[in-house]
Design a protein around this ligand. Structure first.
Ligand code: UD1
Length: 365
């Protein structure tokens, strides 16, 4: 059976977004294939997610690996073009905003007869220095069908002159995965060593180039986490980029008060967020997940492309520019506000059915 629809995943935050789309395609009996570009390739950044999310093995693995933005994007394009030329699917489905998303959309846009659906379309931070913002805007421009996760995304697209006929509200596919796997994450529980700190510890993640590629900014963030660690246990699962910058800048001593860990798998991270007093992060996904879990979140960024997590959810942006005191005070305030029940702060369409709505919109187009 040749694939009518090819679904693309490349990097860690893509995997939880493609899982519900693949499930809905299977559920509706649509012939489809999965392409893994290999942008992320470590067990901890990729394979562990395929296991936790029970995604089947990709039909194509492009093996592009790490490189500069231009080289990585170019490698994905070269390899993906070969797949598309031989498969000629009707649709390519791309998700999120990583380099693989844009690279594959760009290839598909230039081959006749192939349409592109972008899942998680229309998010905008307004910060053009973020590589993800470039990827979002260009992918949306290239896509035939724009599947939005929240109502604000539709406004963003229309403001850019995109015709309403290309836009469908799907809701948040990432939350489909969260709601499906939360019972399993809870059943698995916390590591024994954390049990005494349940509902008291802080989970922090930081990996954005704007936070970790500059020694001063990274130092401020690590010092603030160190201060918080005087009051609460602070867990810091480290992205490989962050670890290498900490070594490069000689900031290892600032890790001494922190509970530093390897990057977490999906179920482990879900269990940690679910039992945390506070999430401190620069990740887009964690802003969304903590909102649905009802756990306070402090975002280490000047702006967010996910404003509903602030207006409706449990997220706050750190005062900008970040200082040690500013982060610590904001973190304490966020913890004082406390939790809300799971789902109580969830925006419209963050309900576990977004993958089905996305696939139905594709099939109806
Ligand atoms: C990418 C995405 C970002 C997403 C993040 C999640 C882009 C532009 N950015 O950023 O939106 O939030 O993934 O993690 O696509 N590395 C490894 N092993 C891996 C992958 C990466 O060690 O499996 C290291 C390499 O040293 C690499 C660095 O991490 O140079 C950065 O990886 P890359 O995929 O280029 O970007 P991320 O920072 O991970």
């Amino acid at each position: 059976m040749t694939a009518r629809i090819l679904v693309v995943a490349g990097a860690r935050p893509n995997f939880m977004k493609v899982a519900p789309v693949l499930a809905a395609l299977t559920g509706r009996g649509v012939a489809h294939g999965l392409v893994h570009t290999g942008q992320h390739y470590d067990d901890a950044m990729s394979d562990a997610f395929f296991r936790d999310l029970a995604i089947r093995a990709p039909d194509w693995h492009l093996g592009v690996g790490s490189a500069s933005h231009a080289v990585q994007t170019a490698r994905v394009m070269e390899a993906f073009e070969r797949v598309l030329v031989s498969e000629r699917p009707e649709w390519v489905v791309v998700v999120g905003d990583v380099n693989s998303t844009l690279a594959c959309a760009l290839v598909a846009a230039k081959l006749p007869g192939i349409r592109i659906a972008h899942v998680e379309a229309g998010l905008r931070s307004g910060d053009w220095t973020m590589p993800e913002e470039v990827n979002r805007v260009l992918t949306d421009r290239l896509s035939h069908l724009l599947l939005t996760p929240s109502r604000d995304a539709e406004q963003n697209l229309m403001r850019e002159g995109i015709d309403r006929s290309r836009i469908r509200f799907a809701g948040n596919v990432m939350i489909d995965t969260l709601l499906r796997l939360l019972p399993r994450a809870r059943a698995r529980g916390l590591p024994e060593s954390l049990a005494p700190d349940r509902d008291r510890f802080v989970v922090a993640t930081v990996h954005r180039p704007s936070n970790v590629d500059h020694a001063e900014r990274l130092q401020v963030i690590l010092r603030a986490l160190g201060e918080l660690a005087g009051e609460r246990r602070v867990l810091l699962p480290l992205h490989p980029r962050t670890l290498s910058r900490i070594r490069e800048f000689g900031l290892q001593p600032l890790l001494e008060r922190l509970d530093v860990r390897e990057p977490c798998g999906y179920l482990e991270m879900l269990a940690l967020q679910d039992a945390a007093a506070l999430v401190v992060t620069d990740s887009g996904g964690l802003q969304e997940e903590s909102t649905v879990l009802g756990v306070p979140c402090l975002t280490l960024r000047e702006s967010t492309e996910r404003p509903v997590t602030v207006s409706e959810g449990t997220n706050t942006l750190v005062p900008w520019p970040p200082t040690v005191d500013g982060i610590v005070v904001a973190a304490i305030q966020a913890m004082r506000r406390g939790r809300v029940p799971v789902g109580a702060a969830a925006p419209e369409g963050w309900d576990g059915r977004a993958g089905e709505r996305a696939v139905d919109a594709i099939l109806a187009s």
